[in-house]
Design a protein around this ligand. Structure first.
Ligand code: HEC
Length: 94
């Protein structure tokens, strides 16, 4: 068992985790980019917050607020908000 094999296995498993078992709503390409921004940048100061935790209003405000801190472009902020306000619908709402 080489280190290379282990690495391939790890990447494969991770890939399935990200792509295969996504139980959330179908995302557009834009929303997928927003997801990448969220997962890539928004865990610097705190754990990623599950999108379902907050309403659209909170996510829109937070995308602006923390997007500014991270010096995201306007487009990136809007992709991010687009993703979060979509993903928070994934589980049943009251
Ligand atoms: C510079 C550090 C930092 C980064 C980067 C950061 N956050 Fe936060 N975030 C915080 C802190 C600190 C709090 C707690 C704020 C409080 O309790 O007042 C917080 C709280 C939040 C909250 C709870 C609501 C609120 O506004 O207090 C949300 C939602 C949130 N962050 C979203 C994000 C998103 C989305 C990103 C990526 C764009 C992000 N955060 C990146 C520091 C950060």
């Amino acid at each position: 068992m080489s280190a290379f094999t282990n690495m391939v296995a790890a990447i494969t498993i991770t890939g399935f985790g990200l792509l295969g078992c996504d139980s959330g709503p179908k995302l557009t390409d834009e929303q997928k980019r927003g997801k990448q921004i969220y997962e890539g940048l928004c865990d610097k100061c705190h754990e990623l917050i599950p999108p379902t935790r907050f309403t659209d209003q909170v996510w829109t405000a937070a995308s602006n607020k923390y997007g500014t801190k991270l010096k995201l472009t306007r487009d990136e902020v809007s992709l991010l908000a687009d993703y979060l306000t979509r993903a928070n619908d994934s589980e049943s709402k009251d």
